[in-house]
Design a protein around this ligand. Structure first.
Ligand SMILES: NC(=O)c1ccc[n+]([C@@H]2O[C@H](COP(=O)([O-])OP(=O)(O)OC[C@H]3O[C@@H](n4cnc5c(N)ncnc54)[C@H](OP(=O)(O)O)[C@@H]3O)[C@@H](O)[C@H]2O)c1
Length: 295
């Protein structure tokens, strides 16, 4: 059995490679981290060939790739370019978590599922057009997270057109019929959540989506998950550290409350990369790993 050191190569589409992702990788027990920032799709082939052709076929499982970056679409393009470089068993494992979107969405869905079976329920995802919101939607609406599908999944956006476009692409991906929802005002946002059993607030950092009084209202849902860590909270009254905190009749999770599980998933995902040379961890695979960790 080879004792080669574990090398993780971090590809980031941003000008600087994410310090957060680098530290998580080191804490997950890798031996060496090589970081590449501002990576473009046209750079990928020679970088990935460097990972594939250096250590010999039997040692490929000791080299792995991580993809990050704030621009999720740009990072996903790097992943697509990388997959084209692999052939046969000549490949290395990869984890994609642009802007933390896959690990965060997985942890958020699991926190909600810890409180209730989402099958047959009404779900609203505020800020549902962003990377995290879209991934929450596809995990719940796809077959990944539940055998019985929710009754409805509403995707909130300030623009109905934008919400419709995202719903259509998610329907194409999963087969589930998502419901677009315009949430440009306080009234329309409250309308979007009025019959929800679970509300995910996945709006941009520091943006309050549901204002004072909502959480104490009779119509507040059974579970809320607010992923915004930057004050003010995405949902007034939810604390960033809430972890299954009961406020009136509503069970609340804040961003740090979800973050513990997210970090656990991220570190375990890095460790998994070095078990074989052919793992691909993206949205659904990351969620499935979270299910194992959450048992
Ligand atoms: N806990 C963690 O570990 C963790 C990790 C990653 C991310 N996060 C947090 O999770 C949340 C979602 O992340 P993300 O990357 O998906 O967010 P994002 O792309 O920055 O924003 C999500 C959506 O928020 C809406 N939005 C943007 N600016 C707004 C404004 N001024 N007013 C109202 N809505 C606005 C946009 O939707 P429309 O244009 O369609 O309205 C956007 O698609 C963020 O708060 C982020 O900080 C937490």
């Amino acid at each position: 059995m080879s004792q080669k050191s574990k090398i993780l190569i971090q590809f980031d589409s941003d000008r600087h490679a994410s310090v957060f992702d680098s530290i998580v990788a080191i804490d997950a027990g890798i031996d060496h981290l090589l970081t590449h920032a501002a990576v473009k799709p046209e750079d990928i082939e020679s970088l990935v060939h460097g990972a594939m052709f250096t250590r010999g076929a039997n040692d490929l499982q000791h080299t792995a790739l991580f993809f990050g970056g704030n621009n999720v679409a740009a990072t996903e393009e790097l992943v697509r370019a990388t997959k084209k470089c692999f052939f046969g068993n000549l490949r290395v494992s990869l984890l994609s978590d642009p802007n933390g979107s896959n690990t965060t969405a997985a942890a958020a869905v699991l926190c909600a599922q810890n409180e209730m079976d989402l099958g047959g329920k009404n779900i609203t995802i505020l800020g549902g057009t962003g990377p995290v919101g879209q991934r929450i939607a596809r995990l719940i609406g796809g077959a990944a997270s539940t055998t019985k599908l929710p009754s409805s999944i509403r995707l909130g956006s300030r623009s109905l057109e934008k919400s419709k476009g995202v719903c259509d692409s998610l329907t194409e991906l999963t087969g589930f019929q998502f419901s677009p929802s315009e949430t440009s005002s306080h009234d329309s946002t409250r309308e979007s959540v009025h019959d929800a059993d679970v509300v995910f607030a996945a709006g941009a950092a520091g943006i309050e989506l549901l204002t004072e009084g909502w959480i104490s209202n009779d119509t507040a849902p059974a579970v809320v998950i607010d992923l915004n860590a930057v004050p003010p909270a995405g949902i007034f009254g939810v604390s960033v550290t809430d972890h299954a905190e009961k406020r009136n009749e509503t069970i609340c999770y804040g961003a740090i409350g979800v973050g513990g599980l997210k970090m656990k998933i991220h570190k375990q995902a890095i460790k998994m990369l070095f078990q074989t040379n052919d793992s691909t961890l993206e949205t659904e695979e990351t969620y499935r790993l979270g299910v194992e960790l959450n048992r």
